[in-house]
Write a protein that binds this ligand. Sequence first.
Ligand code: GLN
Length: 284
Amino acid sequence: MKWTVMTLVKRASEILSERGIPSPRLDAELLMCCLLGWDNRVKIYTAYDRPLSAEEVEAYRQLIKRRVKGEPVAYITGEKEFFGFRFKVTPAVLIPRPETELLVEKSVELLKSMSKETLKIVDVGTGSGCIIISIAKLLKKDAEFFATDISRKALDVAVENAELHGCKVRFLKADLLEGVEGKFSAVVSNPPYIAYSDRRVESSVKMFEPSVALYAGKKGTEVIERLAFQSFDKLEPEGFLAVEFGEGQSEKVRDIFERAGFSTIKIFKDLSGKDRIIVGFKKE
Ligand code: GLN
């Protein structure tokens, strides 16, 4: 049988669906684009009848096989879209999640409304660098950008992404903000916030994504707690800390922020209506 782009995408999508993969059609299309070096899925519809060679069919079969085993598409293709920008990802970094776009959106809004001459922003636990790079692209203001991560391998990916997007970010290897010099106008972070015992974590996340980026400790809020206390000292007066957190943690993180000294505290919901982002302001 002679396969074309469309007939093979359809077949692969059926296979993925039979194996219980959550978004079979999208995944089949993304993997086809990866195979053919296409950067837009529209190509699948405009070049739907492009015939595939036996080698291409075999190579595609290998990609689909990896997906069937649970490997996330982003690790297979080596990239993920976030806030409309494309980021390189490897198994050393967490795959950027759509919920985290809210953290970027709120941070940019708040930064734009700040009256300071020069802003200094640090992203803690930057992973792929998606947060700080998106902020740098969206914030059309004079600012200095910094990012930390405890993992050298993650920082390598973030450096590459900053270059790819033409952003000047200073990357530092650090455990949160430990040993980081200077004061900041804003600290932003999507830290690890899953409790060790949390059974809701999907198996493909557990199997493939870096545990250092996911798990915080017994309670899940341990890293947020350390970060809140560290950040309070590192913030300029009027500065803010914006952090993403997990389901059911909203009371706990509010309490942590209060204990750390933040005065005005705001919590924002994500698109599915769940409390997701906390922002604390440091008053003089
Ligand atoms: N900042 C990165 C992201 O949001 C990585 C976060 C993490 O590793 N916990 O995708």
